[in-house]
Design a protein around this ligand. Structure first.
Ligand SMILES: NC(=O)c1ccc[n+]([C@@H]2O[C@H](COP(=O)([O-])OP(=O)(O)OC[C@H]3O[C@@H](n4cnc5c(N)ncnc54)[C@H](O)[C@@H]3O)[C@@H](O)[C@H]2O)c1
Length: 253
């Protein structure tokens, strides 16, 4: 098992890849505080977690909540080894129809929530002699995205921040990495389609994604969770500052 006795926090944990990550990390020996805005789904996840999943409701568009959840989680766990800043959302509106309130909201969720969480987490990790931080960006944080330029800008910001933290905290024995999923089959897919899918319908959108992906399919949540587990675990002990695509070859082009 890769995460025996590790104390972990995962955000956006009640659905999709975050949920798959919680399940994977517990199976690998961790105890996990699962943070999400959706209380009902968190409770379902915790009920199936055999006492190894602790639910924590937080709205990560609230800066105070982003600071608070880290300390609450470390208090519940008795320390903190691993943090996966997975929360994020699509950005409604196009280039010429920017809606500033939703721009600010997604910037908060996609970038600032992780920045604030790291600011609080580093002290807890130092007390444990080190730790491992993971961010979720996207393939849109590695290459530009014609359909979603603002989302892409936010995900590039995540990658830049994580690479900088990796340099800064290496001396503290804290590794910082990024997982960059390609389009993955989770409930968020419906948001991608709604916000950036064009006029062809969901099937046409999915077909276009498959066509742009050498492996010819969407990702699965468990495939991203496996990569997240590796990057957070001691198996990746010499890996820091990377942004790893898990994308069926999308970014090979
Ligand atoms: N699904 C994809 O194709 C894809 C691809 C690349 C990157 N990503 C990234 O993965 C992350 C999440 O994707 P997913 O597919 O696992 O999503 P998902 O839709 O399955 O789950 C998102 C979770 O976030 C929670 N959430 C929403 N707003 C919140 C808030 N304000 N505070 C706390 N929790 C909140 C929701 O309740 C939900 O449980 C995002 O960072 C996204 O940008 C997704």
């Amino acid at each position: 098992m890769k995460l025996v006795n590790k104390l972990a926090v995962v955000t956006a944990a009640a659905s999709g890849m975050g949920r798959a990550g919680v399940e994977k990390f517990v199976a690998e020996g961790a105890t996990v505080v699962a943070v999400d805005i959706n209380r009902e789904r968190l409770d379902e996840l915790a009920a199936a977690g055999g006492g190894k999943v602790i639910p924590l409701v937080a709205d990560l568009t609230d800066p105070e909540a982003c600071r608070r959840f880290v300390h609450e989680a470390a208090g519940m766990l008795g320390g903190l080894d691993l943090l996966w800043n997975h929360a994020g959302s699509t950005v409604p509106g196009g280039v010429e129809q920017i809606d500033l309130p939703s721009y600010d909201r997604t910037m908060m969720l996609n970038v600032t929530s992780g920045v604030l969480a790291c600011a609080e987490a580093i002290g807890h990790m130092r007390k444990r002699g080190g730790g491992s931080i993971l961010f979720t960006a996207s393939v849109a944080g590695l290459v530009g995205s014609m359909g979603s330029p603002i989302y892409s800008a936010e995900k590039f910001a995540v990658v830049g921040y994580a690479k900088s933290l990796a340099q800064r905290f290496a001396a503290d024995n804290v590794r910082v990495n990024v997982v960059c999923p390609g389009i993955t089959d989770t409930p968020m897919l419906a948001d991608f389609y709604k916000d950036h899918g064009g006029s062809g319908g969901p099937e046409a959108y999915e077909a276009a994604v498959r066509g742009a992906t050498p492996m010819g399919r969407l990702g699965r949540a468990d495939e991203i969770a496996n990569a997240a587990c590796f990057l957070l675990s001691d198996e990746a002990s010499f890996v820091t500052g990377i942004a790893m695509p898990v994308d069926g070859g999308y970014t090979c082009r």
